[in-house]
Design a binder for this molecule. Structure first.
Ligand code: G3H
Ligand code: 13P
Ligand code: ZN
Length: 320
């Protein structure tokens, strides 16, 4: 099956009330594990690649890995640039055949974010590619610029519903990444774990009322940081004290509210690391990479099967 576009996947997901997993990849084992899991669960899939992944693995290696995955599987797969930081990078990826790009202008002043996103949209739409924009600033590692009025939280800037409408109307972006208390990485909350799900509902409603329909929203930082993986890592010599993620019940509400694309990277890293550490700890004489990367790949596959089946509910929807 050829690469698909996220636009097709979004329309079907919104209709079927499920979410798509957008899983970050940067090596062969991750690609194989994620694709095998989605193949077995008959789940549509977005594989996403960050700028850092491109410099780690080389764009050509990643392109060939994805070509292999697409040619060896039957499920619909879209390829997306995660957190594109310039027009040039987005253009490069579209020219390479990505079916979707994110332009992350969230660190820019509002009008500059609009101008940059609009420029990417014009190029992307002329080349049949789909664009994700971002408005607001995620808390934590991505941006941390202090608080302002009641619209702002302690360390990030929440997405305002009225600005979301203005942003989408002005840019023509196909989906919107929102800031509702979400953050990247394994340390998402210091106190109570929660996302501002009321704000998410308000953003969705504002877009609907403005005539933009059931508009696809994107949740970054959606890893749940499964405690069994954290415990496994810590038990086998790691040190991730206090790591915690988004409760699966919050993801469930986000999915029902129309968060159509749910970004997951940290949980994949945790599963892979737990698998490797276990082999190293239990069989210290082992040094064949296949003997530790193989079981680690199985851990990732198990995790992705759980996500698509029980959390995102996109299992069984590959051929909608
Ligand atoms: O949003 C960040 C993703 O987890 C990608 O992370 O830039 O380390 O590849 P990265
Ligand atoms: P996590 O760090 O929660 O996996 O988020 C990944 C992400 O948002 C990629 O864009
Ligand atoms: Zn992200």
């Amino acid at each position: 099956m050829p690469l698909t576009t996220t636009k097709d996947l979004f329309a079907k997901a919104l209709k079927g009330k499920y979410a798509l997993g957008a899983f970050n990849v940067n090596n062969m084992e991750l690609v194989q594990a994620i694709v095998a899991a989605c193949e077995e669960e008959k789940a549509p899939l977005i594989l996403q690649i960050s700028k850092g992944a491109r410099s780690y693995a080389n764009p050509v290696y990643l392109k060939k890995l994805i070509e292999a995955a697409v040619s060896l599987s039957n499920i619909p797969i879209a390829v997306h640039l995660d957190h594109g930081d310039s027009f040039e990078l987005c253009k490069e990826c579209i020219d390479e055949g990505f079916t979707s790009v994110m332009i992350d202008g969230s660190h820019l002043p509002f009008q500059e974010n609009i101008a940059l996103t609009k420029k990417v949209v014009e190029y992307a739409h002329a080349h049949n590619a789909v664009v994700e924009g971002e408005l607001g600033k995620l808390v934590g590692s991505q941006h941390d610029e202090g608080e302002d009025s009641g619209e702002f939280n302690a360390s990030g800037v929440y997405t305002r519903p009225s600005e979301a409408v203005e942003f989408i109307k002005a840019t023509g972006a196909d989906s919107l990444a929102v800031a509702i208390g979400n953050s990247h990485g394994a340390y998402k909350f210091t106190g109570e774990q929660h996302l501002d799900l009321e704000r998410l509902k308000a953003i969705k409603a504002a877009l609907m009322e403005a005539g933009l329909g059931d508009f696809p929203l994107v949740l970054h930082g959606a890893s749940s940081v499964p405690q069994h993986l954290v415990q496994e890592i810590n038990k086998y010599g790691g040190a991730l004290p206090g790591a915690q993620g988004v409760p699966e019940s919050d993801i469930e509400v986000a999915r029902r509210t129309g968060c159509t694309k749910v970004n997951i990277d940290t949980d994949l890293r945790l599963a892979l690391t737990a698998g490797i550490r276990k082999v190293f700890a239990e069989t210290p004489k082992e040094f064949d990479p296949r003997k530790y990367l193989g079981p680690a790949r199985e851990e990732v596959k198990k995790l992705v099967r759980h996500k698509v089946r029980n959390v995102l509910c996109c299992a069984g929807h590959a051929f909608d």
